[in-house]
Design a protein around this ligand. Structure first.
Ligand SMILES: C[S@@+](CC[C@H](N)C(=O)[O-])C[C@H]1O[C@@H](n2cnc3c(N)ncnc32)[C@H](O)[C@@H]1O
Length: 128
């Protein structure tokens, strides 16, 4: 925390569970965020924790906002990872999936999700 604050003095940094988004938006007199970028380990989380945090994300995302997260390729077939992907498809109007980023260690891909705005016809689309 201290190191991050020293390195990024203009950034507000909080150490808390991700389901507290609303609390920290309120610190900034906001109720919605334009972007929510997550590095959470969704595939390792109990389903109820996934649901809880995703609910907070949905409650906090501006209508034209974007939620971005990633998953590791080797873990994407695990039951919780598949359930997470199903939840994204259920809750978001649009879910775009990046190409695999092979240079990441371990390789991963990115989900970019919107609740509103333009759609491309399918709920799941691949980013080119
Ligand atoms: C794969 S690491 C990602 C680290 C870093 N955020 C990044 O994106 O490079 C997953 C991190 O999520 C954190 N984490 C797990 N459950 C969390 C929760 N409910 N709220 C906030 N962070 C959590 C873990 O402590 C761990 O640091």
């Amino acid at each position: 925390m201290r190191g991050l604050r020293l390195r990024f003095p203009s950034v507000s940094i909080y150490h808390d569970s991700a389901d507290k988004i609303q609390k920290y938006l309120a610190h900034h007199r906001r109720t919605k965020a334009d972007y929510i970028i997550s590095g959470l380990p969704w595939a390792n989380m109990p389903v109820n924790v996934q649901e809880h945090i995703l609910s907070a994300v949905l409650a906090s995302l501006a209508p034209d906002g974007m939620f971005t997260t990633f998953t590791y390729v080797h873990a994407c077939w695990l039951p919780r990872a598949r359930r997470f992907r199903e939840r994204l498809e259920r809750y978001f109007t649009q879910v775009k999936i990046s190409r695999i980023v092979w240079r990441n260690v371990p390789p991963a891909f990115v989900y970019r999700c919107r609740v509103g705005g333009l759609t491309t016809g399918g709920r799941f689309t691949s980013l080119q």
